[in-house]
Write a protein that binds this ligand. Structure first.
Ligand code: F6R
Length: 608
């Protein structure tokens, strides 16, 4: 969480920093601040609230002259969102300024030690400890002081540090929180994520754990935690800079929903070659695929929901048993990973702390991990043994849409590949599946074109108190995602239930007019879910159904029906999710919610 940007170069630093932070606000947005060296002192301006407050406070950066600075948007962990707890933090003499993303786990003993040595603290943050600790070890050599601190702090951190005595340098440090640096002819940059500096440079260096960078206006030096200089190779970012801008859409979320046909195509087409599925990055021989006894899929939030769909699809197509775990549970439950177990972690950001920890736990237990990841060069992408990228491009809205859709595609591809190699799919079924996959982008487009109808329906529910989503099989998996989309951005309480489970307690919550959204795309389960719809309708629910074209029988149990085009039974989630995303989006818009930045959330959850 939290976003960091730094700049040193020919231009005024503050406007560059504000511009970069505006691309990172999705990472945290309860406060923002900047430190700029004005030729004599390090000036700090910071404030609780959105970045807009800081922009106003500094007149777009004009009141903070200077060509070197660091900035921060915060997602509070230690200490409430307030002016004083905002970053940057100073040492007592105001000669050192620090911005931090991550958590210093041993900050309390360090703080006690510093207090005993006469240091005083003004904030409740763990970050302030870093400013004072660097000060404590600083004897004129910034690199030495920083590496001493790195040896003493535990936890995760990406840091940007200024020293008033070294006004021609910024220091950037990383451990378990993302950080990149980049350079162009006008200066050097640090950032938590690529979109912040994409406008200025496409050549970036991914900082590895326990590395330090010294940035000057015209060059950068990289060091290990033992102060040894190292060389690094830049990576050229291919993303379109416009991809990180709204491009005329009211919100990033809407834009990203509309990008789903492309995302699905981009994730799919490089892996369909000569009427076969070729996943080179899987790094597995056919013998190894045949030897898989069990698959663990581990992820958080929507990525976990994609994993639940993956379970149904892989078990159904490839007949391999799959367990799906929420990463924060997996890592602490001492999982039993036997010989022949494959571990798949799924993550859009590639930085989710629990998912990363689950990956490491699996590797420690001697298992190779396949990462299904969106952000190129992210921690999970680097640490996984093999990486299957979802080519969704930058996703800015906090609520995921296109990356989730791409994750589904990656899982379908694995299921079909495994099914074919293991002899569970005959040629006809295999080719039919490929054809159905290829049709998905056009079908998603058709569903998106129907947005006005869903908007009208959504407008009726902006005052809803509770909404329930029900389904069976993969329809249950998509209900979970539909429910999360609605609640996280509209703040309407919502739950997803396996349709057959509702009457074991939850049905008592159904009142006259309660909206129940039933997803009914599995032909074999159609009558079963229909009965569950009738049960809730009899108790006063208003029933919305999402079902396949042609299933008009549903109209006897539903008050409102959204039809989706026909596809293979295993791929229906890719279509059913579109109206559910649109529904959540338009309810939130109707309520006037901040759709792209819902309260209390952050895009990249780098704390456990
Ligand atoms: C919900 C959402 C989150 C993420 C979750 C995992 O819309 O975006 O639930 O899916 O925080 O994030 P990643 O995929 O980055 O590991």
């Amino acid at each position: 969480m939290c976003g960091i940007v730094g700049y040193i170069g020919k231009h005024a630093a503050a406007p560059v920093i504000l511009d970069g932070l505006s691309k990172l606000e999705y990472r945290g947005y309860d406060s923002a601040g900047m430190a700029v060296f004005d030729g004599k002192h390090i000036q700090i301006r910071k404030s609780a609230g959105r970045l807009k407050v800081l922009e106003e406070l500094t007149h777009g950066g004009a009141t903070m002259p200077g060509n070197i600075g660091v900035g921060h948007t915060r997602w509070a962990t230690h200490g409430a969102p307030s002016d004083i707890n905002s970053h940057p933090h100073y040492n007592a003499e105001e000669t050192i300024a620090v911005v931090h993303n991550g958590i210093i786990e041993n900050y309390l003993p360090l703080k006690e030690k510093l207090v005993s040595k006469g240091y005083t603290f003004v904030s409740d943050t763990d970050t302030e400890v870093l400013a004072h600790l660097i000060d404590y070890y600083y004897k004129g050599n910034p690199l030495e002081a920083i590496t001493k601190v790195m040896h003493r702090v535990q936890g995760s951190y990406a840091l940007g540090i200024l020293f008033a005595e070294h006004p021609d340098q910024i220091f950037a440090v990383r451990k378990d929180s993302p950080l990149i640096v980049g350079q162009n002819e006008d200066g050097c940059f640090i950032a938590s994520d690529v979109p912040a500096i994409l406008k200025y440079t496409r050549k970036v260096y991914f900082i590895q754990n326990q590395e330090v960078v010294r940035l000057r206006a015209d060059h950068m030096h990289f060091y290990t935690v033992d102060e040894e200089e190292i060389t690094k190779e830049p990576v050229t970012i291919e993303w379109d800079a416009n991809a990180a801008e709204k491009g005329g859409y009211a919100h990033f979320m809407l834009k990203e929903m509309y990008e789903q046909p492309k995302t699905v195509t981009d994730t799919l087409s490089p892996r369909i070659k000569d009427k076969d599925i070729v996943i080179e990055e899987l790094g597995m021989t056919e013998e190894e695929i045949k030897a898989i006894h069990k698959i663990f899929i581990v992820a958080c939030g929507s990525a976990y929901h994609a994993g639940v769909t993956g379970k149904y699809v892989i078990e159904g197509i490839a007949r391999i048993p799959v367990e799906v775990d929420v990463a924060s549970e997996f890592r602490y439950r001492n999982p039993i990973l036997e010989e022949g177990t494959m571990v798949i972690v799924i993550s859009q950001s590639g930085e989710t702390a629990d998912t990363l920890a689950a990956l490491r736990e699996s590797q420690q237990l001697g298992h190779k991990v396949l990462g299904i990841v969106n952000v190129v060069g992210s921690s999970i992408a680097r640490e996984a043994d093999n990486v299957m990228y979802t080519w969704a491009g930058p996703e800015i809205a906090v609520a995921t849409t296109k990356a989730y859709s791409a994750q589904l595609i990656a899982l379908y591809l694995l299921a079909i590949k495994f099914g074919k190699v293991r002899g569970k799919l005959d040629e006809v079924a295999f080719y039919r599946m490929l054809e159905d996959l290829k049709r998905l982008p056009a079908q998603i487009e058709m569903l998106l074109a129907n947005k006005q109808r869903i908007q009208r329906f959504a407008n009726r529910y902006i005052g809803a108190k509770d909404v329930f989503f029900i389904g069976r099989g993969t329809d249950f998996a998509i209900s979970m995602e539909g429910s999360l989309k609605l609640k996280e951005i509209s703040y309407i309480h919502s739950e997803a239930y396996a349709a057959g489970e509702l009457k074991h307690g939850t049905i008592s919550l159904i009142e006259k007019g309660t909206l129940v959204a039933a997803v009914v795309t599995q032909d074999a389960l159609f009558q079963k879910t229909l009965s569950n719809m009738v049960e809730v309708k009899a108790r006063g629910a208003f029933v919305l159904a999402v079902t396949n074209e042609g299933n008009t029988e549903i109209e006897k149990a539903a008050d409102y029906v959204i039809y989706i085009p026909r596809t293979n039974q295993y791929f229906t989630n890719s279509l059913a999710i579109i109206p559910l995303q649109l529904f959540g989006y338009y309810v939130a818009v109707g309520k006037g919610c901040d759709v792209d930045k819902p309260r209390n959330l952050a895009k990249s959850v780098t704390v456990e």
